[in-house]
Design a protein around this ligand. Structure first.
Ligand code: NAG
Ligand code: NAG
Length: 411
């Protein structure tokens, strides 16, 4: 596993995951019936288009000249896209779930601790960042349409709630057209942690929030200058967390390969502790691939245009999560009572709920049941709505109406 230091935040999130767990299981049946979006498994083309994003006369490592990216053009509806799934893995980790769930997907699995593996990194350092950069460098001229970078575990608290925190589902549903259009897509739709105002590289040491942002203290001005010499320090680095994303071939090739080599050299040479050096890249992938230090797409656009799950706007999408939060609060209360009983029984004590508690528990059960029903209905309707391309279009961001396109510095 590539997990970094224990995150306090993730402990909280694990609790949420557990609460969601049993609720999700009851939904799984309806989900798995949803047809996947189209993908193509043909081999990548042999002669990709030439890199057009950068003028050859300019030093590719002069970071004072921002790369200006423009939206890509998706293929006509119904077209197939070639794909690859890039992931890091240790010898111990098992990825049987990929073979079971995504048997046809082309893979580049980097075994970071196996010197004879097919896909290798120069050094097992920098966690997943070393793997992602090595793939980009080694296959820069031989990329499929869509390149997906994920961790090797199937379920994670930082995956998407509406897809059961399941990477397999996310990969099946991921819209290649959105990746082609945006060039870069963070596969996590939820903005917390990471958005909208996250890492500040010029903040005094006393101002760190070690609880919510344990990583912030590693993003210092010196690190930024080493990685992006000449580029101004952005007011913040903000993007949905956790370093799983998809990029288009066109976008990768708009970033000069020298930059990927430079980033990897930094990772190989830095004396920063391994678990943090990899973490540093977590909040700069969006900068590398979009030029935006702040990149926080609306949750609704991500789910709807990205995965075909369309509630009909940001408000309605947020409503679903508000119901979920409330439902989870009731669940926690109910669970507290049940745990009290279990504990007493384990200790061999006699235990009876008071009449008052019994009545409250009944009330909670009813509330939870009805909220689950409401959530299921809304969710099924969103999956249904998301099947129509025009509904996906309706929730898609346009080039200039959202904050995510604000450049730190426009030239
Ligand atoms: C896309 O791929 C599928 C499965 O390989 C194939 O049946 C279909 O004809 C392809 N569609 C196009 C437009 O090439
Ligand atoms: C290391 O890689 C080789 C070549 O792919 C493979 O045969 C071997 O099983 C791998 N070792 C482990 C422990 O996975």
């Amino acid at each position: 596993m590539l997990a970094g230091p224990p995150r306090l935040l993730s402990v909280v999130s694990v609790a949420v995951v557990l609460l969601l767990g049993w609720w999700y299981l009851s939904l799984v049946h309806t989900t798995s019936a949803t047809p996947p979006l189209k993908t193509d498994h043909s081999p990548p083309p042999k002669s990709p288009k030439k890199n057009t994003g950068f003028r050859a006369s300019v030093d590719p490592l002069d970071f004072s000249i921002p790369l200006i990216f423009t939206p890509g053009t998706p293929k006509p509806a119904g077209s197939n896209y070639s794909r690859i799934l890039v992931l890091p893995k240790t010898q111990k980790e098992d990825i049987f779930w990929i073979h079971a769930e995504l048997p046809d997907i082309p893979l580049a699995v980097y075994q970071v601790d196996n010197d004879t593996a097919e896909f290798r990194v120069p050094k097992n350092k920098g966690r997943e960042a070393m793997v992602y950069l090595t793939y980009l460098i080694d296959f820069y001229n031989d990329l499929p349409d869509t390149i997906m970078f994920f961790h090797s575990h199937r379920y994670a608290w930082h995956n998407n709630i509406l897809m059961g925190l399941d990477t397999a589902q996310a990969i099946r549903r991921l819209s290649d057209a959105r990746v082609a259009r945006l060039g870069y897509m963070n596969t996590r739709c939820h903005t917390d942690p990471g958005c909208p105002d996250w890492i500040h590289m010029d903040r005094p040491v006393v101002d760190f929030d070690d609880f919510h942002k344990p990583e912030e203290k590693y993003y210092r001005k010196g690190v930024w200058d080493e990685l992006h010499p000449g580029a101004p320090i952005p007011p913040s680095l903000s993007a949905p967390c956790c370093a799983q994303f998809a990029v288009s071939r066109e976008r990768v090739q708009q970033v000069p390969i020298e930059r990927f080599i430079h980033y990897r050299k930094w990772l190989l040479e830095t004396s920063m502790d391994d678990q943090f050096s990899g973490r540093v890249f977590e909040y700069i992938w969006q900068y590398i691939f979009t030029g935006n230090a702040v990149y926080c797409p609306a949750v609704s656009s991500c789910y709807c245009d990205g995965y075909g799950i369309c509630f009909g706007g940001e408000k309605k999408t947020q409503h679903w999560f508000e119901v979920m939060d409330e439902r989870n609060k009731y669940y926690e209360e109910l669970d507290g009572h049940n745990k009290e009983k279990t504990k007493a029984e384990e200790e061999g004590k006699a235990f009876e709920f008071t009449e008052e508690v019994k009545a409250r528990m009944k009330e909670l059960e009813a509330k939870i049941r009805s909220m689950d029903d409401e959530m299921n209905k809304l969710r099924d309707a969103a999956y249904e709505r998301g099947k129509e391309i025009r509904n996906q279009e309706a929730e898609r961001e346009t080039y200039d109406d959202t904050h995510i396109w604000d450049k730190v510095e426009q030239r």
